[in-house]
Structures are given as C-alpha cells and as structure tokens.
Design a protein around this ligand. Structure first.
Ligand code: PNS
Length: 161
C-alpha cells in the first residue's frame, strides 16, 4: 500500500446520521485521510440545502484529524481524481444498497480506475436512513438517538418545532 491513502466518503447527508458518522470514522481508522464529499443526487428532494448539509457534516467530523469535507458537483470519479483519492468508501445496510453500490462501484472503476470499498453498516445503526428519519421528524417523532445533537436541533428548527 502507498504511504498515504486518501479515501472519499460520498453522500447526500440530509442530514448526517450516526450511521454515516460510523462509516466515516471506520474509513478514517483504515485509511490515512478521508474526504467527505457532500453532493446532490438529482433524483432526491432535500430538506437541507447544500451549505446546511455541508455545515452539519463539518461539525460532526470536527473531532477527526485528517478528515475534510467538500462539496461534490459533477462525477464522483472526477472528484476523486481532483482530490488524489484512490478509494471510495461506502456503507452497506442491506441488499438493495449492495445492488446500487455494485452498479456505482463498477461504473466508477470503469470511468477512472478508482476502487470502491464497502463496509457493512454498524449493528447499532444498521438500517436507518436519512429519508426515514426525515419522515419520523416531520411527524414529531424523536430521532435524537440516530443523529448528532446539531443535526437534531437543525431538523427541529427546519420543521419549526
Ligand atoms: O448516496 P447518494 O445520496 O446518492 O449520494 C449523493 C452523491 C451526490 C454523492 C451521489 O449521487 C454521487 O456520487 N453523485 C455524483 C454523480 C456520479 O458520479 N454519479 C454516478 C455515476 S456512476
């Protein structure tokens, strides 16, 4: 392995969950440097705009040396080249994630030769998703066990309670 390996953890992070944070921390424990890429999936409707999502991710990873957070605007494979990253790290919760990540991973490798490493989601947060948490929160359910304190406060403020 080269002396320093930079990994990219991409996602929408709308908002960042403890499941995302677990994957970022584990990527950080395996690779030397991690760039968290916060982007827009054109098929999704977002609760938070890009600057709000970026800010929440930055606050969540502030304690991790060697982890930076950037906006991705364009192809992930191009982002990885621009940031001299040689691996993409994604979490996998269940079968549908795997189907999606296999497609993405193969396409990204075809586009730029970049490898994708898939980490099994942590047991505690294995099946949560930002979209489900947004729905729970919209109906005034408590999502605090699943998100950072800042993200919980931001969700409540956004939803007006
Ligand atoms: O997991 P998400 O929410 O879809 O991640 C969002 C984002 C923006 C990181 C993702 O959609 C992405 O990588 N977009 C960049 C465009 C791209 O490279 N698409 C895939 C080609 S294989």
């Amino acid at each position: 392995m080269p002396e320093s390996v930079r990994a990219v953890c991409p996602g929408s992070f709308d908002p960042i969950t403890r499941g995302h944070l677990d994957i970022i921390e584990r990527a950080h424990s395996v690779f030397h440097e991690v760039v968290v890429a916060v982007g827009r999936n054109t098929t999704k409707n977002y609760l938070f705009d890009i600057d709000e999502r970026l800010d929440l991710v930055r606050r969540a990873v502030g304690h991790l040396d060697g982890v930076t957070v950037e906006i991705i605007d364009g192809l992930l494979s191009d982002f990885c080249k621009e940031h001299q990253a040689s691996v993409i790290v994604k979490g996998v919760r269940f079968g549908t994630d795997l189907d999606y990540e296999l497609q993405m991973g193969q396409l990204n490798r075809f586009l730029s030769g970049i490898e994708t490493v898939l980490l099994p989601a942590g047991r505690e947060y294995g099946t949560i998703s930002s979209s489900m948490l947004r729905e729970v929160a919209a109906n005034h359910g408590d999502i605090s066990p699943f998100v950072t304190a800042e993200a919980n406060a931001a969700v409540r403020a956004k939803l007006g309670y």
